[in-house]
Design a protein around this ligand. Structure first.
Ligand SMILES: Cc1cc2nc3c(=O)[nH]c(=O)nc-3n(C[C@H](O)[C@H](O)[C@H](O)COP(=O)(O)OP(=O)(O)OC[C@H]3O[C@@H](n4cnc5c(N)ncnc54)[C@H](O)[C@@H]3O)c2cc1C
Length: 375
């Protein structure tokens, strides 16, 4: 049994805490905020995330019966903002759940598994943070994007609209636009986040890559306004919105090739290990999965050196190939004609359309999709 501190109680930290505590380790789970707390996000719990949640003993019935805010998602609208889009439904259901609610569910799971909670901000974790290195056998860094390399930025707003004013066909669809109106490589989304008392709460947002964004004479709020005013669906909805929250921005740590995630006793997971999908900005699934794999690395190792080596190796085996495929697809996607061609092919070939959709929701790896795209 080891003494382990997990710093950060988002999906990655809660997953690591849950699995480590259940394996018999003594786990302290630290977060700078007390729960429930918000996290700026699209709130999309993809099929890959739904499957990852099974490893924490969280099943659809726990979501449907107990979660105070949620919307089921069983398909994707994939499009570009000029009105060219394609709809593909899925056999299985994902969700949209505000992170204020979702993260608390995971947090409770970790605490019930035996993690000892502590509210404290921990900065400068490195070899010089002597107290941590003296007190614990392992330090799991799950502090999210600020502990990783921020390379994208996204902005989110909640809108509410009367149920009768929202197109019924879109009620359980996630809309993702590879958005050319942004004038920069990015994406926009419209997700239903809750449907209650005759109102639909929508999570509306935009994500862009920082290197491209910095070259532009604009700001993220302007890009958000541009998206909502030019996108066919949001343009249509704007006049019917009954309440709007101010959009809030937050950085993302999208995946990097050849990333290092082990530094002796210090093991990085989730966004701290840059595990967000570079195509969609989806990071919850990899965050949860990385919490499970880091536990396996610790459990299979007889020393801290081996655990570090095993976590680095597991990271490369479980994530690296898919990251490389996603980055290759991302490089095609910045060309408008490629996005239009993708939609054209999806409209004509149902099997291909399913393959793309399931890759986007994470239940088919991008490296399986890549050969079809090349043809
Ligand atoms: C606008 C936006 C939209 C997104 N949409 C989606 C989506 O729809 N679906 C999806 O799957 N992903 C989405 N993502 C990505 C997703 O939010 C992240 O990938 C995911 O939250 C990563 O989980 P994590 O546990 O690694 O980090 P986080 O969720 O960021 O959790 C980190 C935790 O560490 C704590 N912490 C930070 N610093 C310290 C410190 N110094 N001391 C102690 N504690 C600390 C924080 O309080 C937090 O609780 C989106 C991201 C953004 C910005």
């Amino acid at each position: 049994m080891s003494k382990i501190v997990v710093i950060g109680a988002g999906p990655a930290g809660c997953s690591a805490g849950y699995h480590l505590a259940r394996s018999g380790h003594q786990v302290t789970l630290i977060d700078k905020e007390s729960f429930p707390r918000d996290k700026i996000c699209g709130d999309g719990v993809s099929l890959q995330s739904v499957q990852a949640l099974f490893t924490m003993g969280i099943y659809p019935q726990d979501i449907k019966g107990k979660v105070s805010e949620f919307a089921p998602i069983n398909g994707l609208v994939l499009g570009v903002s000029n009105g060219n889009y394609h709809i593909q439904t899925t056999q299985l259901e994902g969700y949209c759940i505000p992170r204020f609610v979702f993260d608390n569910l995971l947090y409770e799971r970790a605490i019930n598994a035996g993690c000892v909670p502590l509210t404290q901000s921990v900065t400068n974790i490195d070899r010089h943070h002597q107290a941590l290195y003296n007190d614990f056998d392992y330090i799991i860094d799950a502090r999210g994007v600020y502990a990783g390399e921020a390379n994208a930025i996204a902005i989110r707003a909640y809108w509410s609209i009367k149920l009768e004013d929202f197109p019924e066909a879109y009620l359980s669809l996630a809309q993702i636009y590879f958005d050319k109106t942004l004038g920069v490589n990015g994406y926009g989304w419209i997700f239903p986040a809750d449907i209650k008392a005759g109102l639909v709460k929508l999570n509306v947002g935009v994500g862009v890559w920082i290197d491209e964004y910095q070259k532009m004479n604009t700001n993220i709020i302007r890009l958000f306004d541009q998206f909502v005013q030019r996108n066919e669906t949001t343009k249509e909805l704007l006049s019917k919105i009954v309440s709007k929250q101010k959009p809030k921005a937050y950085p993302l740590a999208t995946a990097l090739k050849g990333n290092r995630v082990s530094y002796g006793k210090l093991l990085k997971i989730g966004d701290a290990a840059n595990l967000t999908d570079p195509l969609t900005g989806e990071g919850i699934a990899n965050a949860i999965e990385s919490g499970l794999h880091v536990t396996q690395a610790i459990n299979m190792s007889t020393s801290q050196e081996l655990a570090a080596e095993n976590w680095q190796r597991l990271y490369e085996t479980c994530f690296e190939e898919d990251i490389r495929a996603a980055l290759r697809i991302k490089s095609f996607r910045k060309y408008s004609f490629m996005n239009n061609m993708l939609l054209w092919l999806m409209k004509r070939n149902h099997r291909f359309s399913e393959q793309v959709t399931y890759a986007i929701v994470g239940s088919v790896p991008y490296n399986e999709l890549l050969p079809s795209l090349k043809h």
